[in-house]
Design a protein around this ligand. Structure first.
Ligand code: MTE
Length: 318
């Protein structure tokens, strides 16, 4: 996955010091969405008023500097639009996210395919400020707007046989230039999976917004997964299908390079990637000449998930 080395980060990618936002600031940002403003705003799959109609309180600050919106929306991994970090911001507007339907199938009592707005009707949104740790050893702190995965899954009534959840990204080569690329080694569509108890953990969310606005396309509009204790590749973008399964589903990076990327992908400073150390990470703002290294924490600092893995050898199930 790591195609660019740390030394490829441009000095211009310096994050200005973050000032914690107040409720008032949040409201202003939300209104900016209504006005269609904002860098890289998504082509709205939802009515302009969608975010404001839902109660969103500012999330708890985690005591770490927030990554600038410019970095979080300008330095991305979304291989459907190319492998350079700048490609998603350049090309993701070519993806049409309106209308958007999501299909929920498999081991559920009430399977269905419906428009996103109907699917999310009545679900309250919250702001969650989470660390995002990429397997490539860089990290950010991002204010997402979303809701627990469990809230949506429960609507479809998982059966007693449901043990895993498979998520699938949109497959539309006409709008996703990375999917038409002859050089791509990925077997599209991008797939990810979680054990059902992981998906049901209160920290696992579906995000529909960030920085007080609807998700920009390059960050996975209109709905993506955010699993903060796992490497970023688990947080699959632009989801069109959710399938509850009995068996462990395939996930794209594990399928491509099983020795390098596992199914679990829990952030773990003690288990190195075969080609680089995972003991530390470059936290944005970071520059070529002054890389901002910080130690990586077990489960990305989210110790409350440890019980999900009790008795498991996390070097084996990486
Ligand atoms: N989802 C899809 N569909 N395609 C991708 O290439 N990249 C993953 C993940 N989700 C990816 C994806 C990786 S490697 C990371 S680190 C995060 O998205 C990056 O999320 P961000 O660009 O919002 O920071």
């Amino acid at each position: 996955m790591l195609i660019r080395r740390p030394s490829d980060i441009k000095p211009s990618e310096i994050t200005p010091e973050y000032v914690y936002r107040t409720r008032r600031r949040f409201m202003r940002d939300s209104l900016a969405v209504a006005a269609g403003a904002g860098a890289g705003a998504s082509a709205l799959a939802l009515p302009d008023s969608w975010l404001e109609e839902r109660r969103v309180e500012p999330g708890e600050p985690i005591g770490e500097q927030m990554t600038s919106e410019a970095n979080a929306t300008g330095y991305n991994n979304f291989y459907e639009f190319g492998t350079d970090k700048e490609d998603p911001a350049k090309y993701a507007h070519e993806m049409n996210v309106d209308p958007w339907t999501v299909e929920v199938s498999g081991e559920v009592a009430e399977p269905g395919k419906m428009g996103l707005e109907d699917m999310l009707a009545g679900i309250d949104l919250e702001e969650r400020i989470y660390r995002l740790r990429c397997v490539e050893a860089w990290s950010m702190v991002i204010p997402w707007i979303g809701f627990p995965v469990k809230k949506l899954l429960d609507r479809f009534k998982p059966t007693a046989d449901a043990k895993y959840v498979e998520f699938k990204t949109l497959h539309r080569p006409s709008e996703m230039r990375g999917q038409r690329s002859l050089f791509s080694s990925i077997d599209w569509p991008y797939l990810e999976g979680l054990r059902l108890d992981e998906a049901n953990h209160p920290l696992a969310i579906f995000a529909v917004g960030m920085y007080g606005k609807l998700l920009p396309n390059q960050n996975g509009a209109p709905i993506r997964l955010v699993v903060p204790w796992k490497y970023g590749f688990k947080s699959i973008k632009s989801i069109v299908s959710i399938r509850l399964t009995r068996r462990q589903p395939v996930n794209t990076w594990n399928d491509l390079q099983p020795r390098e990327y596992g199914f679990y992908a829990n952030v773990n400073p003690n288990v190195d990637h075969p080609r680089w150390s995972q003991a530390r990470e470059r936290r944005f703002p970071t520059t070529l000449f002054r890389p901002n290294y910080i130690p990586t924490r077990m489960f990305n600092g989210y110790d409350e998930v440890a019980a999900l893995y009790s008795g498991m050898d996390l070097a084996r199930f990486y």
